[in-house]
Design a protein around this ligand. Structure first.
Ligand code: C5P
Length: 229
């Protein structure tokens, strides 16, 4: 099977309170999206790459990636899962059912090449696929619904933070996303859709510094992480 890359970059990034989405913030003059894509495509494994951009995206033509022939674009949807599904549809005439698809957030420019390589090699013979994740470091509390009274401390020993890339078979991922969206199941990552479809994703431990740029302080942190790797 071949390997395809999908990068959902159609978010509006409202939590950043910036004038434009977080994938178009700059680090050392470069767009976050360009950094993310060049780190992914440094790995030679990919047959092609589909980036889902917003319907009114004016900035994509300004990116270095827009001049890279390995990369195509499609219009994303209102939710991340719909953007990924749109990208799967856009790839469908070039893919086979059992090809692998890696989905990686545009807003995670700090993916380490070793983590990407390990995800690919550890899951290459896996029947379902899986994701990078990192153990939870903080103590976790559960409150009662709608209040701040601590009900319990959650045992964190078996808990992980889901990161990206997430890697699944083309047809399995497409069908899982379609049925999860149809059922209004809250799909926050690809793995949750796969689980909803009754399959069991495998976790590959990744570095905790593969952060998603969400709030303004994350941009400075990403700059710091990128200088070390
Ligand atoms: O908003 P969140 O941090 O979950 O976004 C994760 C990734 O999904 C970002 O790269 C964002 O651009 C993308 N996204 C998308 N389409 C949406 C919402 C988010 O492609 N409708």
């Amino acid at each position: 099977p071949r390997y395809w890359l999908i990068v959902p970059a159609a978010g509006s990034g409202q939590r950043m309170r910036a004038d434009w989405p977080k994938q178009y913030l700059r680090l050392d003059q470069r767009f976050v999206l360009d950094i993310t894509l060049s780190r992914l495509l440094d790995n030679a494994a990919f047959a092609g790459c589909m980036v889902a951009i917003g319907p009114n995206d004016q900035r994509w033509p300004q990116t270095d990636a827009s001049r890279d022939r390995r990369i195509s674009t499609c219009i994303g949807g209102a939710e991340r899962a719909e953007s990924v599904l749109a990208a799967l549809d856009a790839l469908s005439d070039r893919t086979r059912e059992d090809d692998w698809v890696l989905v990686h957030d545009a807003a995670r420019p700090c993916l380490h090449p070793d983590d990407l390589a390990r995800l690919l090699s550890e899951l290459q013979d896996h029947p379902v696929g899986g994701l990078l994740a990192t153990p939870v470091a903080d103590t976790l509390k559960r409150t009662g619904p709608g209040n701040h009274d601590v009900e319990a401390t959650v045992d964190r020993r078996d808990l992980w933070r889901a990161l990206t890339p997430q890697m699944f078979r083309f047809l399995a991922l497409k069908q899982a996303l379609e049925s999860a969206i149809d059922s209004d199941y809250p799909v926050t990552d690809e793995a949750s859709a796969i689980e909803f479809a009754g399959q069991i994703p495998c976790i590959v431990e990744g570095r905790p510094d593969n952060i998603k740029i969400t709030v303004p302080a994350d941009l400075a942190l990403a700059g710091f992480i990128l200088k070390r790797t």
